[in-house]
Ligand binder design. Sequence first.
Ligand code: C2E
Ligand code: MG
Ligand code: MG
Ligand code: MG
Length: 291
Amino acid sequence: SVKDRGRNDFCFYSPLMNPNSQEEIELRADLQDAIREDSLELHYQPKVNAKTGEIVGVEALIRWDHPQKGMLRPHQFIKMAEEQGLIVSLGEWVLKRATRDAKILCERWSRVSVSVNVSVRQLVEPDFYEYVRRALLISGLDPSLLVLEVTESIFAKEIAEIEMNVQKVKEMGVKLSLDDFGTGFSSLGNLTRFSPDEIKVDKSFVDQMMSGGKELELIRTMLSIGLTMRINVVIEGVETLEQRDYLFKRGANVFQGYFYSPPVPYKELLGLMSAGFAPAGSERIDPSLSL
Ligand code: C2E
Ligand code: MG
Ligand code: MG
Ligand code: MG
């Protein structure tokens, strides 16, 4: 069934596949309204260089303040949006908003990149790269400050549109990141095929690394792959000082996780940046580095 499918699987919209419940039909209509009425929100979570305490980038994470249901997290509606054919317009909204927000950040504070999650369902659209180009043009953001986060599910099938979109956005100077790395269809061959600029070590490895299994070794392997292939490695989901220090000693530099900051509304992010501090738990930012 649909529910049994793994987190990295994807499917194309088919009305036969998924008989809609009344609730789903309503949620779909509500989401359509929300996109049209601009009532979605992006929260931002910093990526922090542990050596300098500097915020080197932020990841845009969608939130939906539903009129009846309250604040919804992505797992409550992204899959529905993918299956119900709304992810493309949702994705366009996210790209536009994130590039606009990032441009303002860069003008006022420092060169920070903005990462946007992209569903494989968007990447199979032949004109995906045109939406990226348009968002960059409208916002005026330097293309090299936009990072598109894709999961390893893009490797599941060889689809010409995906290859084309990846190539086109890379030609524009946009960066590519492999999200949830190590949980899906990775192979080293795939790493050379799309040559990502960044890999994000999935939180599940960090959660397990102290429990005596193979996770720590796997993280070290991913760090050394990054070194060898000149790919930046970001450690996701770091929650404690112990985890941060443990991995820092083993060569990890860039972290994203509750230890530094949860995702915060844009206004709060502006506050963090203007105070000249990386979020709680990190060292002070040297102002000469951040300006
Ligand atoms: P992701 O891209 O892997 O994002 C990281 C998720 O881990 C976020 O959950 C973030 O809030 C959470 N996280 C970060 N640090 C920690 C930590 O230290 N501890 C814990 N427990 N969690 C942490 P969120 O915001 O609920 O997003 C979930 C997923 O939804 C994302 O995973 C991404 O795959 C998807 N998503 C979010 N925004 C978008 C979007 O605009 N478009 C698409 N297509 N997918 C999105
Ligand atoms: Mg992500
Ligand atoms: Mg992730
Ligand atoms: Mg994820």
